[in-house]
Design a protein around this ligand. Structure first.
Ligand code: HEC
Length: 165
């Protein structure tokens, strides 16, 4: 494979992977917002899609030779690798917890899956200053895990993604 073709293939593959994560996140958000009917199998598949594409898999999608225009991946990824990888891995840990819960998903939505049901967890209120992500993710309700994951998407995009074209 020639260098240019290789770069394009990697960029295309990661953009496709990002889009799949976005669709999966939308599905889960839709389920909890009541816009989509709850379906344990769909929930499980969506959580697995996010899990499989975060953490080390996400990091591997950004080799240094593929950064910068015409890709949406900024050169800063290379200059701040530890921060980029920490974000990918933070999201990965949350996505692992989400997928583990989805594998055990009940036939119907239960109250303990809802945001707010874990308020006492982690030694502080979610409304407090201490980031709830420091709490054990396995103890957070599914809906809350999704919100934390979406925050990681945004944090990474605001620093490491650029508009191209
Ligand atoms: C650690 C950093 C990081 C995380 C976390 C991350 N992204 Fe991205 N995302 C990027 C970068 C960088 C790009 C630009 C990739 C490119 O164009 O080469 C991108 C691109 C995208 C795109 C545009 C793809 C396209 O077709 O151009 C979407 C959609 C997206 N991300 C969704 C998500 C969602 C949803 C999540 C969370 C579930 C997420 N991302 C988490 C770094 C991240």
């Amino acid at each position: 494979m020639v260098a240019a073709g290789g770069r394009d293939a990697i960029v295309e593959a990661r953009q496709a992977s990002m889009k799949e994560m976005a669709a999966a996140a939308k599905t889960i958000a839709g389920i909890f917002d009541g816009k989509l009917a709850y379906d344990a199998a769909a929930f499980k598949a969506a959580a697995e899609t996010i899990r499989a594409r975060s953490g080390p898999a996400l990091i591997a999608e950004f080799p240094s030779t593929t950064l910068g225009a015409p890709s949406g991946a900024r050169l800063e990824i290379e200059q701040a690798r530890p921060e980029f990888e920490a974000l990918a891995n933070h999201m990965g840990t949350l996505a692992e917890a989400l997928a583990a819960k989805a594998r055990q998903a009940p036939a119907g939505i239960t109250g303990d899956m809802r945001m707010g049901s874990g308020l006492a967890m982690g030694g502080g209120s979610l409304l407090g200053k201490r980031p709830a992500a420091e709490a054990d993710p396995a103890k957070l309700p599914v809906e809350h895990l999704l919100h934390l994951i979406l925050q990681d998407c945004s944090s990474c995009h605001s620093k490491f993604r650029q508009k191209v074209q």
